[in-house]
Design a protein around this ligand. Structure first.
Ligand code: ATR
Length: 277
């Protein structure tokens, strides 16, 4: 039986076991996927002995993504771009790492709004943490000419800008309201809007009718940010699809079959989110 897991500290909140459990069952694979609570100081040793513990690999969540990246022997381009890894698998005695948040976000965006990139306009990213890095990298890879980044702490946005080069432009946090006019896609990558954490102040009145608005927060499923965009008549992309799609590459590495993000899987997670809110 193939075994995989998700590690983090804490780990109780993780919905990854629901996703992988659904795929194991629907594909009739004899495998398991469990949650393992790993303290940051033990993460390196845990990953080094992953194979000995019988695991084919694991997902990694906060606060262990940077440690996982540093521990890995081989890293994919997205993990290098973000300097953090969320998916680990073994090749012989080598630990391989990927960051599948880029894939997850871009796949969900393209699936939901296939024509998002038809107009030659900048995108606007709010936030400059690890998730922002993964998404900025995705837009650059997709050929977007200008990626604007606004973050409350400007130094962090500037660090992100110098990491990715001249196609990334920094916008003052309070200028985000003006940057809306010019944007083809606007993404909230901040943690604001998560259950009980207020709502990100934004005004979409001056946005183009074709603008797409995305959030990576998925609890609640429709954040205040997305609700405002929807009320303005804009197309919206929720955070749940990113969670579902980012899980696909790991499952394929560990269990040898490429799973599909189905409406039934989505409904399972929606029910779980609704039960918790
Ligand atoms: P992740 O790696 O998951 O992206 P993170 O590194 O903790 O998480 O980043 C969280 C992001 O949310 C940051 O851009 C943070 O802004 P700062 O860099 O200024 O801290 C942003 N954020 C969180 N709470 C915020 C708030 N109340 N107002 C504005 N931005 C906030």
């Amino acid at each position: 039986m193939r075994k995989a897991c998700v590690i983090g500290w804490p780990i109780e909140h993780s919905r990854s076991p629901i996703i992988h459990g659904y795929w194991l069952k629907s594909l009739s694979i004899d495998g398991s996927y469990e949650k393992v609570a790993v303290r940051p100081e033990n993460a390196h040793a845990f990953l080094r002995t992953l194979g000995k513990s019988g695991f084919a690999g694991c997902n990694v969540t906060v606060p262990l993504k940077e440690i996982a990246f540093q521990t890995a022997d081989e890293k994919d381009a997205s993990a290098v771009a973000v300097a953090a890894a969320n998916t680990i698998w073994l090749e012989g005695d080598k630990i391989c790492a990927a960051n599948t948040d880029t894939y997850g976000f871009m796949t969900h965006l393209s699936t939901t709004v296939p024509d998002w990139n038809e107009r030659d306009k900048p995108v606007l990213i709010l936030g400059a943490g690890g998730a922002a890095r993964a998404i900025v990298y995705g837009f650059l890879q997709a050929g977007v000419g200008k990626v604007q980044v606004a973050n409350r702490t400007k130094e962090r946005a500037e660090a992100l800008g110098s990491h990715f080069g001249p196609r990334v432009k920094i916008v003052d946090w309070y200028d985000r309201f003006n940057a809306v006019c010019d944007a083809s896609v606007i993404v909230n990558t901040t943690t604001i809007g998560m259950k009980g954490e207020g709502s990100l102040e934004m005004n979409f009145a001056n946005a183009d009718d074709q603008t797409v608005v995305a959030d990576i927060v998925y609890v609640p499923l429709e954040t205040g940010f997305l609700a405002k965009a929807r009320a303005r008549g804009l197309r919206t992309v929720d955070g749940l699809g990113m969670l579902l799609h980012q899980a696909v590459p790991g499952f394929e590495k560990w269990f040898g079959a490429r799973p599909t993000v189905t409406p039934e899987l989505r409904a399972l997670i929606v029910a779980d989110v609704e039960a918790s809110t």
